[in-house]
Structure formats: C-alpha cells, structure tokens
Ligand binder design. Sequence first.
Ligand SMILES: [Zn+2]
Length: 373
Amino acid sequence: MNKITDAFLHDIPKTDLHVHLDGSMRIETLIELAQERNIPLPSYEPQHLKELLNIGGIHENLESYLRVFDTTLKVLQDEDALTRTAFELAEDAALENCRYIEVRYSPVLHQKNGLSLPVIVESVAAGLRQAKRKYGIMSGQIICALRHMPPQTSLRLAELAVAFKNKGVVGFDLAGGEMNNPADKHAEAFRFIRKNNLNSTVHAGEAYGSRSIHQAIHDCNAHRIGHGTRLRENGDLLNYINDHRIPLEICLKSNVQTAAVDAIENHPLKFYMDFGLRVTLNTDNRLVTDTTITDEYKLACQVFHLTYDEIKRLVLDGFKSAFMPFRKKREVMRLVLEEFEQVSQKHGLHSEVEARGISRYAIDRIGEDPMPD
Ligand SMILES: [Zn+2]
C-alpha cells in the first residue's frame, strides 16, 4: 500500500498554469519595494501586514478577495519591481520542483507611473529568463484582459499578446469579477487572438454559474478554463468540455477563500477526476491565498485521499495542458515521466493500477503513453 508523503509531493515534477504575478509576490518583497519607493503600507511587519490584508483568510466573495491586489499593485509600477517579482515567483516555484509555470497579469494595471505596455512585458520576461538561467524552470506569460474594463482595452491587450507571441507570451486570459461582467463583451479581443493562432484561457464558473463557462467556450473559444468550479451545474456542458479535452485550471485553496465553494470537502475536483475531465492543480495567488503548488497537492490528497495513480495523472495533465508547442511538449513529457519514476522509486512508491494488472486502457489514461489524449 502506497503512503503518500509531503516529501513525495514536494519532489515530484509539477506545473503551475494559473498563477497571478501581482498576487504571488513575497510579503517581504512587498514591504521592501514599498519602503524603497516611499509607498505607505498599513504595516511594515510581515505577519501584521498579512493579518491586515486577510492573506490566506476567507473572503465574503471574489470582489473582496481581489481588493488585496490594490496593495500589491502599488509597488509593481516600475521595471525593477516587475523583474524582481517575476524572478522570485519563478524561483519559489523552482525550489518546490515546479518545472513549468505560466505567469499571468494584466499589463494595464502596471502603467500608473507611465510604463509602456511593451516595457512591462519585457520586464517580466527578464525576470523569468533569469530564473530559467539559474534553475532551468520553463515559463511563459499569459496576458490578462479584465472583465470590468472596456472591450477596446481588451483588444489593445490582445494586440500586445500577439506582438509578443513566441517572444515570451504564450496565451491570453480574461480575469476580474464575473458578476455583471459577461465574457461575450470581450469577444472581439478573443477573435483577434484566435485569428492569430494564440492560445487562450478564461476565468469562468468561479463566482458565476455555468453560463459563464458556456460563454468562455463558445463566445471566446477558450482552450482552457480558469477554475470551472460551477461546471458541475450543467451536465451537458460538462460532457462537451470532457469530450473536447478542455483542461480546467483548478485552484483549491483560492476557491474556498473566494467562497466559490462553501467548504473544501464540497469542491468538485474528485468528481471531475472520476468523470474523466482533464484537470490541473494550480496556486492562483501564492501570496494572497498563502499557498504553494505543493500545498495544493497536499490539500487535494488530504481531502480527497488521492491515490498514487491519481496524483500521477494530475501531474501529467498539468504538462499536457501547457500552452507549449506539441513537439516540445512531447519531449518535456518524456523527461517528466522519467523523473516521476525516479522520484517514486526514491520514495518507495509504485503504480497500483499496474500492480493489479488493470487493462492497457487504464494505464494509457494515467499517462504510460506520454500523450494519450
Ligand atoms: Zn485567477
């Protein structure tokens, strides 16, 4: 019988496909950057500041959770701050054996001191490159449009994303409060993205029902869904997403904090896995949610008692869902499988499916073949 340990979850290769730059800085860095720039904060003591901002706490809704970003964004208005924050985010991920991250943010929120949009993207790219050189961690940027902003702003951001395609940017997203801000308002930006053969994802079904996911898929042609917590409310759409292998970017801890689920036990993760959906585990916001990718795996294991094979499937689904060229992905997946086996041996763990001689189909599904679907 396999015993899943925290050390095993730390050691396995992982991805983080849904992580916001402005929600994932170190608290110490937030304080340091504020002091250097004479920006007032409610406290300069890390623990106290965390308490004041309700970091890691439960919020009454998504809108209240998003208010923490008002503070982090104050310090992320120059090139150095952006580069440092991007580097540290990738460094923190690399130190817990995260092999690939897709960092998302909305460049228009970093223009208070007059930075141009291209300089913002280049500053983030510089930080991610530094981390790649030091730790080998692969990464890409996702440019976020914001639901509450005018559609013209989304179009400008889509043009920016396309201009930096293959130059650091791997995708486009729609973020922000879902309530009263439907995705179809931004359909033109997503049409532009699609025409330019760029990947897209949309935050949907987090604070609003399955209709929001329907719009993300059919009005925005999203290739992935951010959260999708309320997909279970619409069986027909659930099947469509399953049949088209559209990945869900699940962020467990964050979903509890934004009240997308009333308790972690009621999160649909296990139901989605059992149904066969392609699901990935992600942090959303390392600072605001007070989490790490290893913590998300730990939580999933504690609450849903995941087996070794289910963990392996989550890991492989993460890499499969990456916005990465197919040929490169196939090579990366071969290396990830090898590493996963080595880590498993080191921790004395093995597949229970193979041990019980279950059909080739079942083995395929957990990723014996690097790209089965
Ligand atoms: Zn998010």
